[in-house]
Design a protein around this ligand. Sequence first.
Ligand SMILES: Cc1ncc(COP(=O)(O)O)c(C=O)c1O
Length: 472
Amino acid sequence: MRGQGAPEGIKDLLGSRTFQYDLTELPGLDYLSYPTGVIQQAQELAADAFGAEQSWFLVNGTTTGIHAAVMATCSPETALLVARNTHLAAFSALVLSGAMPVWIQPECNSALGIAVSVTVQALEAAFAEAASRQLKVGAVLLVSPSYFGSCSDIAGMVKLCHQRGVALIVDEAHGGHFAFSQHFPQSALSQGADLAVQSTHKVLGSMGQSSMLHAQGTLVDRPRISRALQTLQTSSPSYLLMASLDAARHQAVQQSTWAEPARAAQRIRDGLAKLPGISVLDRNNCACAGVLEVDAMRITVAISGLGLTGWQLAAMLREEHAVIPELASLKVVVFALGPGSTLQHANGLVEAFQVICHAGGDKQPDSERNASAQRDDSQVLQLGVRCMQKEPQMAIKPREAAFSPTERIDISQASGRISAELLCPYPPGVPVAFPGERIDSGTVELLQGVQRYGGVVMGASDDTLRTIEVIQ
Ligand SMILES: Cc1ncc(COP(=O)(O)O)c(C=O)c1O
């Protein structure tokens, strides 16, 4: 009907032309699951632009790309070596593939309570653990850049993986722009990664949900990726999303796209460097092993000398200065720049920080006052370090945990039981309980401590943490 049946309200909001292009897989428009026409052409242009041998358009975000990458490389008979600071999608990929996780511990900046990198040594240790447990490794999955823009030594990891004939999958959700300027870090593909998954909708200009999966080399069976995507993706993909991916590729390859955003990022770094109480994360002050580069387009501001938490600062920036951070944690706020970022945005951000950093007296926004009265930052950070150091004890596979009957019990009774929940304290954003892992008294103590001292535990089905879901 080419949009004629679209409801008036949404047509008024988005314009009727939007709906003329909201098409389905009609003759001449190709099929996402078996592309041979315009979609194939657009994917080939993408592969060329991003430095891949083959690229796939994704209409359910990087999440689907991670699922397909793991399903194409792992099976219930193999292990996935996976960094513990990866996205939730890694958990569901373990459920879908049936693989056994072997964890790679990330490096964390303990003063800021953030996980910033994975070292080649940590990956080597994970390979050694898999060997000692006689597990065949299907693939390695890492996130780089991190949420904080820090990039790990992907070339070093590639070398280690390829010596063993194992594919490296990089969750490059926040690094879709890396291929397009020498001011950005090297992309995972240019360092030899076998698969890279990028949220084109995050840093590049495509619409929400649209991402890309890129492949190169011979270690990964590419028809298996296509088959996994046929299983995972809808048979009615949105042409608006796919067209926006094609347009984002076209925009990204124009050098002019990056000139002003790169200047804006530099202006923010220069402006914030002059202010008291804060510092911007760069390669030299990460205080962590394994950080090779920091993305110029991601500004992670460490605010330890400001007398505010990241959550308070984010609320002030939003409510009083109309500046929206991408992410906030106890000791940092993070800003993401992209093709639409201008010098005017940069000036607005720097001016907001000037006001806040030079303001004396009572700086806390009302909306955060109660939370902060109960918070003990140093305790939260110390507990965060203990969370990162905690050795996981995998009792059953995540897939088995996902399909097992569960029960809700009082958390005081949880020690010795197997978790059905993924519980992740912030800071540091590294899980302390994963579905299939045995809970011990240390787990319970950490979870209760983080909550008592004002940190946040994500993923709990009972947010009071009085009860917990465990395997029966
Ligand atoms: C590091 C990382 N990986 C994967 C994802 C999932 O990406 P998407 O939202 O495109 O599915 C996210 C989303 O925030 C992310 O931050």
